[in-house]
Design a protein around this ligand. Structure first.
Ligand SMILES: NC(=O)c1ccc[n+]([C@@H]2O[C@H](COP(=O)([O-])OP(=O)(O)OC[C@H]3O[C@@H](n4cnc5c(N)ncnc54)[C@H](OP(=O)(O)O)[C@@H]3O)[C@@H](O)[C@H]2O)c1
Length: 245
């Protein structure tokens, strides 16, 4: 995996993955919203050994630009071996509760923009008959909880879309990887009280890098979240709706 296109490159988790690709000497095309932070991430990755780092600053909620990004990245990198999509926003659910606009924004940031990118990349890779599309979803997408159900629903829709796309691309040479981290101590969760279930971005980034390099299709990070979510899904609805988390 020598040529990697990365969306949400300034995210704490994604930066950890990008550092591991840089150490391998990979060529990276980075896309993120904040040009200044993107430039600093790019410099860090050059120092860490990336053979080439190109950047593009844009708001990924602007869907019109998506097809062009894939073409630009292919032009710069020559080929695209893997794409990692990691941008996202965790809204304040108490605001989303009473705002249709915020519901729509949550879905655009965490679902529609992601699925639009996935579709353009899948079309590109299907023609080439090779490649990996890795998407950072969340355990929040496995069951709707009162504290984050808009974000969770957006991630859940991403999971289902990727399941179907995996079926469509079966045998095409294109692999789809769904990544479901549990809570991570990153800028996204800065205002949340932390507990023992929070992980640090580095081990989660390492897990993503490993899953991209192996043949995995769905990965929970840390892996024990697979079992936690299996148990959570078993809780009867009547009991679950009384739980306060
Ligand atoms: N932290 C967690 O507990 C957790 C758990 C499970 C899954 N995840 C997922 O992991 C991924 C990375 O999150 P993180 O924890 O590393 O958080 P983070 O450091 O806050 O990163 C989120 C990144 O997404 C970018 N972004 C958001 N909306 C964007 C848009 N419209 N266009 C371009 N970039 C946009 C942000 O850019 P700006 O800096 O410009 O805002 C930021 O770089 C996300 O998909 C998140 O949903 C996180």
């Amino acid at each position: 995996m020598r040529k990697v296109l990365i969306f949400g490159a300034t995210s704490a988790i994604v930066q950890e993955v990008a550092r591991l690709f840089a150490k391998d000497g990979a060529a990276l095309f980075l896309v993120a919203r904040n040009a200044q932070r993107l430039a600093s991430v790019a410099n860090d990755l050059r120092v860490r050994g990336a053979s080439l780092v190109e950047t593009l600053a844009m708001d990924l909620n602007d869907l019109k630009g998506h097809e062009g990004i894939v073409q630009s990245a292919a032009g710069v990198l020559g080929e695209i071996d893997a794409v990692l999509i990691g941008h996202g926003e965790l809204p304040n659910q108490s605001i989303v509760d009473h705002s249709g606009e915020e519901v729509a924004r949550t879905f655009t940031s965490n679902c529609v923009s992601v699925l639009s990118l996935v579709t353009h990349v899948a079309t590109f890779m299907e023609r080439k008959k090779r490649g990996l599309i890795a998407v950072i979803s969340s355990v929040a997408g496995d069951r709707g909880r009162r504290s984050n159900y808009a974000y969770g629903a957006a991630k859940g829709a991403v999971n289902i879309f990727l399941d179907g796309l995996r079926g469509r691309l079966h045998g095409s040479g294109v692999r789809i990887l769904t990544i479901k981290p549990g809570p991570v101590n990153s800028p996204m969760t800065a205002s949340m009280p932390k507990n023992i279930l929070f992980s640090e971005p580095r081990p989660v980034g390492e897990g993503i890098y490993r899953a991209m390099k192996t043949g995995k299709e769905v990965v929970y990070l840390p892996s024990y979240w697979r079992w936690i979510m299996a148990l959570i899904k078993l809780i009867p609805d009547q009991m679950f709706r009384r739980m306060t988390f």
